[in-house]
Design a protein around this ligand. Structure first.
Ligand SMILES: [Zn+2]
Length: 410
């Protein structure tokens, strides 16, 4: 009997093979190591789908029109009594992906109206495309939700697994989205002027309270009178840095961040509505929803009506300090996550294998396996519902299959 009820692993699609025999051997190896849940990558960050999609054949990865990978992998998991989860990337798409090629207007843009692939990250052009979660009609309702629905109708997996259910973080955490749609919709969503009296400033009749902000409840017009003529860059700057009251505190960023968390949570709701109710939903999420709500629009505490299984990515590189510091912070963080995730059906702790070996040569074929055992010990002591490792490829890279089996069966 393992210390972990759920023993999961994220794994690739291409690595799983392209014949029934290859996939059987792949799943068999994972099973023999002691895992009982596979999270297979089936919609990529490049926009490719690893199944023969009827609704979006233009997005199907070459070679997967004729080979039904999820059907075969699901059958191989079922044979062995294992769970099979479909890991699907949400708002991160490739610049050569079918969605962006067909609908460049669905991409997130910054104040200049430029998409994320114009950003520079660590000295190089950022080549990923982030799609706007808010735009309607747009990527969310015309592409992503229908794709998840088709998948769930075809394959009775254990869960549809959200990833990248958020705004971009490493590339400019608060410069998106100011697409043409969001520039119109942020003021509407936040009611920055009345629809019946769009030009009326609605100044307060008294201003008899000590603080200007004390007069908020009559909903004055927030937009400056010259709003329509100041241009998109100035409009964007106002929506991020401006004031609710002319002359008041610079507080519009509060509404900007709420707008973003609203649309991410709204997507989680739409996905739940579209997906066969017999199939659970899981999500890879960041470690602290209070922080990720502000920086990437992911306040995952709000997901609980629409997501069953919370899987925070408690990776070493998401924590500062030495390995021992990581273990201490991990323990502290998981105890908080148990509170944040209390309305979910289950909480699984995500651990990245490669980042455990920060101090060591990353190409080392035999890193200190004690680290794997130490992190597993912390997770086991936390009394959650299980552990999910990232990823299968790292077990090969670091030759850790045998150690992993000891970790999972200890
Ligand atoms: Zn937008």
């Amino acid at each position: 009997m393992s210390r972990f009820a759920t023993r999961g692993i994220w794994c690739g699609s291409v690595e799983a093979g392209r014949t029934k025999e290859e996939v059987s051997a792949f799943i068999g190896r994972i099973h023999d190591a002691g895992f009982n849940a596979v999270f297979m990558h089936l919609k990529g960050g490049d926009g490719l789908l690893y199944w023969p999609s009827d609704a979006f054949p233009q997005a199907t990865a070459p070679g997967y029109e004729s080979f039904d990978l999820p059907a075969v992998a699901l059958e191989e998991c079922r044979k062995r009594g294992m769970q099979f989860h479909a890991w699907l990337i949400d708002f991160f798409e490739g610049e050569n992906g079918a969605a962006y090629q067909a609908h460049p207007e669905w991409a997130m843009t910054n104040a200049k109206g430029q998409p994320t692939n114009t950003e520079i990250l660590r000295g190089s052009r950022f080549t990923g495309l982030w799609m706007c979660p808010a735009r309607r009609p747009g990527y969310t309702d015309q592409w992503l939700v229908p794709i998840l629905q088709e998948f769930a109708d075809r394959y009775k997996v254990d869960s549809i697994h959200h990833d990248y259910i958020r705004y971009p973080g490493d590339v400019a955490p608060d410069q998106y989205c100011f697409c043409d749609d969001c520039l119109v919709n942020i003021p509407k969503w936040a009611t920055y002027c009345s629809e019946s009296f769009p030009n009326e400033p609605f100044y307060h009749e008294l201003y008899d309270r000590g603080y200007l902000e004390s007069h908020w409840e009559q909903s004055p017009r927030v937009l400056p009178q010259n709003w329509d003529s100041i241009g998109r860059e100035s409009q964007s700057r106002f929506l991020l840095e401006g004031s609710f009251f002319h002359g008041g505190r610079y507080d519009l960023d509060y509404f900007f961040y709420l707008y973003r968390t609203h649309w991410i949570t709204e997507f989680a709701r739409l996905a739940r509505e579209a997906i066969d109710p017999s199939i659970a939903i899981s999500a890879a999420i960041f470690k602290n929803p209070v922080h990720s709500g502000r920086f990437i629009g992911q306040d995952w505490r709000q997901f609980s009506p629409y997501v069953d299984i919370a899987i925070p990515m408690d990776y070493r590189d998401h924590f500062p300090g030495s390995f021992d510091t990581y273990l201490a912070l991990l323990s502290e963080t998981i105890s908080k996550q148990k509170t944040w995730a209390r309305d979910f059906k289950s909480l699984l702790i995500g651990v990245a294998i490669n980042f455990l070996f920060f101090e060591e040569d990353r190409s080392a074929s035999s890193p200190d396996p004690g680290k794997l055992h130490a992190v597993a010990e912390v997770v086991a002591n936390s009394q959650t519902d299980g552990i999910v490792f990232f990823c299968e490829g790292h077990l090969h890279q670091y030759s850790l299959w045998n150690e992993m089996q000891k970790v999972l069966t200890a």
